[in-house]
Design a protein around this ligand. Structure first.
Ligand code: NAP
Length: 329
């Protein structure tokens, strides 16, 4: 190894309050069933921005390297599953929450959270996708398993210009679904059309007085929650599937049971952290059938470790479009 130490971002609650710093770390022995990865890319997710700014406590340890995602090359291995030189990624599965995450130049990663990068993806594309892509994939897969078809009508995607929103639109359109993008950004029409939105709806004050609304879409991927999710539930066609992914607008949900018992509307949940299926299989799908056609449009911003703090504030204000990747070298 050419260096004796490496840089990483650390979030700490050691003194009872949120502290953020860039630290120099010494290398150590690689433990059993662990590999040392030279990180090339990471990505900035909504949860990472919460962690960096301290707006919400995301780390479940006193101190941790944040970052849900990383991609890089194995440089030392004490695992039977991975060997030196292999290209790998880790995404969700506790990274940046209860195990050290991706905002680092080198990472000691437990073998069970590591995924071999599929042939038709590379280090950069895996992070253009990152947790947002993984989440979009498991959300869409869950809808399809629950018999979401293409002929019943369009799928609404909220927080459309965000990471999960953009990739969901792109995958759905590739699979042949008609889509409606709900966005607060008036200037995002061209972007949303270019990544696969069939129609665009401007996010405005919602009138939520009725128990049931006119049926507008056959399903939804909701990244924002709150009264918007209530409006979605009331506006979904019979037997449609809504996946509740996020809460960028509000975590509360006040609604009635009428859409469920009168229209058979389904509300589904997903968790990229606690996903119990095979992560390698989802990444294989993201490399083939689900691979968005326009990753280079969805990700235009590449930043360094020292830019993360500023970009996190911007992201939480809802000002970003698409995905941000972090380049280590
Ligand atoms: N369940 C899971 O496993 C899982 C996994 C990943 C992410 N998430 C959650 O999903 C959500 C989206 O994540 P992301 O990474 O896509 O975030 P992101 O890139 O920051 O996108 C969020 C988007 O939501 C919209 N938005 C932001 N603030 C808003 C507000 N106050 N009111 C209304 N709309 C707002 C904006 O889109 P427009 O400007 O286009 O409206 C924004 O671009 C977050 O809540 C995140 O924690 C959950």
């Amino acid at each position: 190894m050419s260096k004796n130490c490496y840089k990483s971002i650390r979030v700490s609650y050691a003194k009872g309050k949120h502290e953020l710093g860039i630290l120099e770390n010494n290398f150590r022995e690689v433990k059993e069933n662990e590999v040392l990865v030279r990180v090339k890319y990471s990505s900035l997710n909504y949860k990472d921005a919460l962690s960096i700014t301290g707006k919400t406590r995301i780390i479940r340890k006193e101190t941790l390297i944040p970052g849900l995602d990383l991609s890089g090359t194995v440089i030392q291995s004490n695992s039977k599953k991975f060997k030196k030189g292999e290209k790998v990624l880790a995404s969700g599965a506790g990274l940046g929450e209860f195990i050290d995450g991706g905002f680092t130049e080198y990472s000691y990663v437990p073998e069970d959270v590591l995924v071999r990068i599929p042939e038709s993806l590379n280090l950069i594309d895996t992070m253009r996708l990152g947790t947002a892509g993984f989440t979009a994939a498991i959300a869409i897969e869950k809808m399809i398993l629950n018999k979401q078809d293409k002929i019943s009508g369009p799928i609404l995607v909220t927080g459309a210009t965000g990471g999960v929103g953009s990739i969901s639109l792109s995958i759905l359109s590739k699979l042949g679904y008609e889509t409606i993008a709900l966005t607060r950004k008036k200037s995002s029409k061209k972007y949303l059309k270019s990544i696969g939105a069939s129609q665009i709806l401007q996010f405005e004050k919602i009138n939520n007085n009725k128990i049931l609304n006119t049926k507008l879409f056959s399903g939804a991927i909701d990244n924002i929650g709150g009264e918007v999710l209530d409006w979605i539930i009331k506006s979904t066609k019979d037997n449609g599937n809504i996946v509740s992914v996020g809460m960028a607008f509000d975590s509360k949900l006040e609604t009635t049971v009428f859409p469920f018992i009168m229209r058979g509307v389904n509300i589904l949940g997903i968790s990229s952290t606690n996903y119990i299926g095979n992560r390698q299989r989802i990444w294989e799908s993201l490399s083939k059938r689900y691979k968005p056609k326009n990753l280079n449009i969805i990700n235009k911003k590449s930043i360094s470790l020292s830019d993360i703090s500023k970009q996190s504030k911007n992201l939480l204000l809802g000002k970003n479009t698409g995905r941000i990747i972090i380049k280590m070298y």
